[in-house]
Design a protein around this ligand. Structure first.
Ligand code: COA
Length: 275
């Protein structure tokens, strides 16, 4: 099933939603129109029963060249503070939505990834890049600081010296370096990227979806907590997850201890047999 919002496109196949930045002629730069379309697409896909994992990728040679300098900056500024704040709400809004998305999310970075692109990059739970991709905090090259959360993303994902070098120099790095510095999980040749992402998505599709949502939120939340706060949060989060699925973990234990049909250390239980 396909849908086309013009600046954004998606299709769903075998449990995976392939959501694409779709302005290849403009290197998928994020205009206000695109930001609104992304929020709508995320809305449409989030609770569909046939979607278990969402992959965010780009049409053409770019993942996204960041914020649209003309439509996002120049034209909204011309509309005064009101225009600027509206554009910020719309872009930050869908990145935030992505950070706390119901389904697991994977950034498949096929090409250019600059500036504001770090918002959705961090919004996705996992990230895989093409060796050929190029990442950069290019803001310094056109005269601003890396805003829209980009500086925060750099500091969250990279060691201090790498982050500050990346932000101050504005030099692009390739996919391998991005993996080395912590921006993405892995980098591999573009020709192999989709197969690898599909493989990872399929592994996620086999897991208990309630446990996956609780887990991804927990990893994002505990970083800012003390140990005791995190311990308490994790107890409460599991108990809240139990209210959506109280049988999954019991079935997982049963298949291992009683049935001896799988080993949790090596893979997931068969959730199709959960009552
Ligand atoms: N905002 C607005 N338009 C952009 C854009 C952006 N961020 N990035 C690319 N475009 C447009 C170009 O203006 C050009 O438009 P045109 O065909 O109407 O002239 C078109 O997309 C193609 O871009 P071009 O620069 O010719 O492509 P390229 O493949 O040679 O280079 C980039 C690709 C990504 C290296 C280059 O476009 C670039 O540096 N973009 C800006 C990146 C940036 O600083 N982003 C941070 C914003 S926070």
């Amino acid at each position: 099933m396909a849908n086309d919002h013009d600046t954004v496109a998606y299709d769903v196949q075998d449990g995976i939603a392939w959501l694409r930045f779709n302005r290849p002629d403009k290197r998928n730069a994020m205009s206000p129109t695109l930001n609104r379309a992304m929020m709508e697409a995320l809305d449409e896909l989030e609770f569909r029963d046939d979607v278990g994992v969402l992959v965010l990728t780009g049409e053409g040679p770019a993942w996204t060249a960041g914020m649209d300098l003309k439509e996002y900056f120049r034209e909204t500024e011309a509309d005064g503070l009101k225009g600027t704040r509206k554009a910020q709400r719309e872009s930050y809004g869908w990145w935030r939505r992505l950070r706390w998305y119901q389904k697991p999310t994977i950034a498949m970075v096929n090409g250019w990834c600059f500036g504001g692109g770090y918002g959705p990059l961090f919004g996705c739970d996992l990230a895989f890049a093409a060796d050929e991709a190029k990442f950069g905090l290019s803001e310094i090259n056109w005269g601003i600081l890396p805003g829209g959360g980009a500086t925060k993303v750099a500091v969250e994902l990279m060691p201090f010296r790498k982050a500050i070098y990346h932000a101050m120099l504005g030099e692009p790095i390739d996919g391998k370096t991005a993996a080395d510095w912590g921006l993405v999980n892995e980098s591999l040749p573009l020709a192999q990227l989709k197969d690898r992402v599909t493989q990872v998505a399929r592994i996620l599709l086999d897991k208990n979806p309630v446990a996956l949502k609780a887990t991804k939120d927990a990893v994002r939340r505990v970083g800012l907590m003390t140990y005791d706060e995190a311990e308490d949060y994790l107890v409460r989060a599991q108990e809240a997850a139990n209210s959506y699925d109280s049988e999954g973990r019991k079935e997982g234990i049963r298949q291992f201890i009683d049935e001896k049909s799988y080993k949790p250390g090596l893979g997931a239980y068969d959730k199709s047999r959960q009552g």
